[in-house]
Write a protein that binds this ligand. Sequence first.
Ligand SMILES: [Zn+2]
Ligand SMILES: [Zn+2]
Length: 218
Amino acid sequence: MIDLHTHSLFSDGTLLPSELVRRVETMGYAAVAITDHADSSNLDHVVPRIVQVGMDLNRSQSVKVIPGVELTHIPPDLIGVLLKRSRELGAKIVVVHGETIVEPVAPGTNRAALEAGADIIAHPGLLSRDEARMAAEKGIFLEVTARKGHSLTNGHVVRLAADTGARLVLNSDAHSPGDFLSEPFARKVVEGAGLTPDAFSQLQENARSLLEKIGYSL
Ligand SMILES: [Zn+2]
Ligand SMILES: [Zn+2]
């Protein structure tokens, strides 16, 4: 499994990064991105620490740790600035907390994240066809999520991705141990989103290609 969206106790997850990584290692994960929630108040606190623990763990653990961040509830006109700052601080994957229908995410967040060049639009909610097209053109991944609530619009996201050629990744958005994805459950989430059973492999391949683009080979 490759999972590019998880939370540690550096935001609202329950696990220390080292325990998070150890737990997914025992589940046979190949790679995990730790992408804690951040805005301008905590970005410089969170990202360098995830970078540090990632470097330490990558010396010994079999699962590859990718330091990232999830820019969350950022006013859309600030997303570009904070995305650039995230990369300067060492985030290899920048996820933007997209317009899920179960939270009052500011309208325009998906578009601002696409314009700014995020890596993944997490739980994009009822994104528009134009936005899906922009994701396809810019090589930005749209998320199929296993997270309760956010997953209500997986079907919509899958349909627009199929229509526009946007590529999808499957993520757990895990906040605690029970949220990590076993492969059999991940396959069910993919199928439940309206994809064919063999799409699971394609989504994992998409995640692998994103990692290759940012310099990780598995
Ligand atoms: Zn989120
Ligand atoms: Zn998240």
